[in-house]
Design a protein around this ligand. Structure first.
Ligand code: ZN
Length: 417
């Protein structure tokens, strides 16, 4: 009986395997390879020769091997020999020879290298860079260099619109592309909260340069922009690689280094820290400032509260958004300052709460996090571009270079009264 059971189990499992295989196979989409094989099966029928069928299959496989192409984008410290070695090919002597015509000697980062080969035989190497295209042919053992002419164009454009539904859709309708819209939001993000403050009837105008190389759009640079948000009008002037207000104040505001005045750093930013409570490797994505309970905590920059409350191990926490890119977090507070609420605008160095030890904490301290576009950064290492005011002479210079743009301002302002 036992033996019978064992046998039938075996038969049943084999049966199941067969059924499953048939099912899986019937559901397989046809690949090019299978279509070829079906053609050959027809041939077998005609010629009635099984060996022929197998030979054909092998031939198809071989043909596929003959046409191998590999494309690389050159990384730091890479050379042609290294790339060839990656696909088990030997470097031809001509490639490493130092001749005037040999463009494979000094390849640059981001050059496109296309290698054609069959099995272990190199056929050709093509190097494409911005300015030229260079070809090595193994048949003739030669290098031919084609210079490409690159045309660089800068196009100055003006876009403006009145906001109907959303800022984004109105900006797209005006002709700005998504990257340009992002840049515009970053420039004004210190003064305007693009998720909350925008109202129907707000308007904007942008003067920008679009760079083209070989007729392909590269980057854009906003030279001047205005934004009418409710009753306030903001202007941004591009000057010496930064954005300024009409009066020469930097558009970008600075941050305080620390959220409290007198402190001792008790724990630094560390992606591999051993957690003091859990005794496990847990990243510490902020800086801890130890101070007595009740020490006032400041907002490190102008911004808007986007979270206030208990937040798991963080305890009593406030998160503040600064401009379009930055946010800061303050945790383990003993209590919040009166009047703090989500949506409230706070000034730099305004008291938002008091040091405590709520949440997972071993003693009174403030855990401070600094994020750039949502990503944790070490607040002690982030480089802030100083928001210095321009000198009077530079303000003059700046205004002079933007004379044309300022006339656009009055025009846009007039058009959307
Ligand atoms: Zn901490």
């Amino acid at each position: 009986m036992k033996e019978f059971l064992y046998k039938s189990k075996k038969i049943i499992s084999i049966f199941i395997i067969i059924i499953v295989s048939i099912y899986l196979y019937s559901n397989k989409p046809y690949s090019l390879y299978e279509i070829n094989r079906i053609d050959k099966i027809d041939n077998i029928k005609v010629k009635g020769n099984k060996y022929f069928y197998l030979n054909e299959i092998n031939k198809i496989k071989k043909q596929k091997k003959e046409l191998s192409t590999k494309t690389f984008y050159v990384k730091k410290n890479e050379n042609i020999s290294l790339l060839l070695k990656k696909i088990n090919l030997l470097t031809p002597a001509l490639i490493v020879k130092k001749t005037k015509n040999n463009c494979f000697n000094n390849i640059n980062i981001n050059d496109e290298i296309v290698i054609n080969y069959s099995g272990n035989k190199l056929k050709s190497i093509i190097r494409k860079s911005k300015a030229d295209k260079c070809v090595y042919e193994s048949n003739s053992n030669s290098i031919v260099n084609h210079k490409l002419s690159i045309s660089e164009d800068i196009e100055q454009r003006v876009y403006f619109n009145k906001i109907k539904n959303s800022f984004y859709s109105s900006a797209i309708n005006s002709g700005l592309n998504p990257n340009e819209i992002m840049s515009l939001a970053d420039i004004f993000g210190w003064d305007i909260d693009f998720t909350q403050d925008i109202r129907k009837g707000d308007s904007f105008g942008v003067v920008l340069d679009r760079k083209y190389s070989n007729n392909k759009l590269g980057s854009s640079l906003i030279k001047y922009a205005i934004f009418k948000n409710r009753k306030k009008t903001y202007e941004a002037y591009y000057f010496n690689k930064k954005y300024y207000t009409k009066n020469g104040n930097s558009m970008r505001k600075q941050f305080l280094r620390a959220p409290i005045d007198f402190y001792r750093i008790s724990s630094r930013f560390d992606r591999k820290r051993l957690h003091p409570i859990f005794k496990k490797v847990r990243p510490h994505l902020g800086t801890d400032y130890a101070a007595p309970t009740g020490t006032p905590i400041y907002s490190t920059g102008d911004g808007k509260i986007i979270f206030k409350g208990k937040k798991g191990g963080y305890g009593n926490t406030i998160i503040i958004k600064h401009g379009n890119i930055y946010s800061t977090l303050y945790a383990h507070m003993s209590k919040f300052k009166k009047g703090m609420r989500v949506g409230k605008k706070v000034k730099q160095k305004e008291i938002i709460g008091y040091v405590g030890s709520t949440g997972y904490s071993t003693g009174p301290h403030v855990h401070y996090e600094f994020r750039v576009r949502g990503k944790h950064k070490n607040s002690l290492k982030v480089k802030f571009k100083k928001g210095k005011k321009l000198s009077n002479a530079n303000i003059k210079k700046m205004r002079l270079s933007h004379k044309m743009n300022e006339s656009i301002y009055s025009w846009v302002k007039g058009a959307y009264k």
